[in-house]
Design a protein around this ligand. Structure first.
Ligand code: ZN
Ligand code: ZN
Length: 476
């Protein structure tokens, strides 16, 4: 693929299979939610409509764009805005996960070995997390406390702290609700005076017991389950709790950290795995492992346990219910840093926060087009991120190799339409967004999210879209 084709990525969001299912079924889904889905998924959450409306405009030049111009030859491009929604826009989720990987390796991860730790809970407890999403953050906290207790017992010290980064995943492979925690944790812990004590071998049995206790205690405190249920769970041979730390990343393996960060912060929804969409919106979705499973031979053990499914066929409304249950509420942080890697632990500087706030402000262009001035910080950061994603420089002119500069923002639909029409880039809207008037009565069941002392995801909100179209005729 040459640079030109890599660079020009005019994306037509309405061509995506997910967009098509939404377009044809969202109204019906929303209106019928209380009767069809409330019992299983909890009350309708307004964030679902808000996120999906934004997703349906992601990368759409008709919604406005930045204009980028070459200082040398005057060539111009348009850059669309992205929706920055979480867990419903695979494109924005992907970009966010790449930025996260970069941030981990450049700012956070210490030069020591790490392990991935995965923490799961019994099936019977999952429902509480769907009905009360506050618990997801508490589950993540339990995982951290498990690591802290484990390393304190392994080092016989009451004060050591591991460094930990966690992603709360609410999904299983086939979009089912399966709350669990993926973490990257230092293989050892830090003393008060910042010395690292490596602990490559830890007792997994101890870790599992601490994890079970921490989660059960938390759920008892939250009055979700009774002591009787706890006793019942703990008396079973296999409690349903599990812990895995089999993936190790050696010191300095930044690529390994990158790949893992992208994997654990990935989107619940993969467009590539929507392998068929019928005209009525029915979807066949496949698991991440697409290899076929052979039919078990007679007498095979899998006959008893059941063959693991790797496809799921959904009616359109069921598909939307499964996908949208993973959209987090506003303020519900999915990415968290703890211990040595918390802001406090790594001496987070106010300056950094100020810089990020400034970037966010600059990128919040819809509200402040008039006063925008392109600043080098913004330009550099944006260019670096896009190079990372596409291996091309969006601010290099393809015609002459000169530097491109953002020269303005178009934030009104009317203006965008005029410019796109005069430059031959206009596409009629075949689609419409679902009407607001039909929304079911909204009732917020979830209590407000308690934000922990860490400052997660402050970086995740300022990504312009990478879609770029050539402008042939239009000039300012
Ligand atoms: Zn040029
Ligand atoms: Zn998006």
């Amino acid at each position: 693929m040459d640079t030109t084709t890599k660079f020009y990525q005019p994306r037509h969001p309405e061509d995506s299979p997910f967009f098509k299912v939404l377009e044809a079924n969202f109204d019906t889904f929303e209106v019928n939610f209380p009767t069809l889905f409330q019992a299983k998924y909890g009350f309708w959450r307004p964030v679902i409509r808000k996120s999906l409306e934004k997703f349906m405009r992601c990368g759409d030049l008709r919604e406005g764009f930045a204009i980028v111009r070459c200082k040398d030859c005057g060539d111009e491009k348009f850059v669309a805005f992205s929706c920055k929604q979480r867990s419903c826009c695979p494109s924005c989720d992907k970009k966010r996960s790449i930025i996260l990987g970069r941030r981990l390796t450049t700012e956070i991860i210490q030069p020591v070995a790490h392990r991935q730790w995965v923490f799961t809970i019994p099936k019977r407890l999952r429902i509480y997390y769907r009905m009360d999403r506050r618990l997801l953050g508490k589950l993540s906290r339990c995982a951290y406390e498990t690591m802290r207790e484990l390393f304190r017992s392994e080092t016989a010290s009451d004060t050591v702290l591991p460094g930990m980064f966690s992603a709360i995943q609410s999904f299983g492979d086939l979009l089912n609700f399966h709350p669990h925690i993926h973490s990257i944790v230092t293989e050892g812990a830090y003393t008060d005076d910042d010395k690292f004590i490596p602990r490559p071998y830890v007792n997994l049995r101890t870790a599992l017991t601490i994890w079970e206790n921490n989660v059960c205690d938390m759920m008892l405190r939250e009055e979700k389950i009774s002591q009787e249920v706890v006793n019942q769970i703990k008396s079973q041979k296999h409690s349903g709790f599990s812990i895995d730390n089999s993936v190790r990343i050696s010191t300095g393996d930044n690529d390994g950290i990158h790949r893992l960060a992208e994997y654990i912060a990935r989107s619940p929804l993969s467009l590539a795995r929507m392998i068929s969409v019928d005209p009525d919106g029915s979807v066949v979705y496949r698991a991440s492992n697409k290899s076929c499973v052979p039919y078990p031979a007679m007498g095979d053990d899998t006959f008893k346990t059941g063959v693991k499914r790797n496809f799921q066929a959904f009616k359109p409304l069921d598909f939307l219910a499964e996908v949208t249950q993973h959209i987090p509420n506003k303020g519900e942080h999915q990415i968290r840093f703890y211990g040595r890697y918390s802001n406090k632990g790594r001496g987070y500087r106010q300056k950094k926060a100020d810089e990020l706030a400034e970037l966010n402000r600059l990128l919040d262009i819809r509200h402040r087009v008039e006063e925008i001035k392109v600043r080098s910080k913004f330009k550099l950061y944006w260019a670096a991120m896009i190079r990372l994603i596409f291996e091309v420089d969006p601010l290099k002119c393809q015609k002459c190799g000169g530097d491109m500069k953002i020269v303005g923002f178009i934030d009104s639909e009317a203006k965008a339409r005029d410019i796109l029409k005069s430059s031959g880039l206009w596409r009629d809207r075949k689609t419409r967004l679902p009407p607001k008037a039909l929304s079911p009565p909204q009732k917020q069941v979830n209590s407000p999210i308690v934000i922990e002392s860490t400052k997660p995801e402050e970086f995740g909100d300022f990504i312009p879209d990478y879609d770029v179209c050539e402008v042939s005729e239009w000039t300012e």
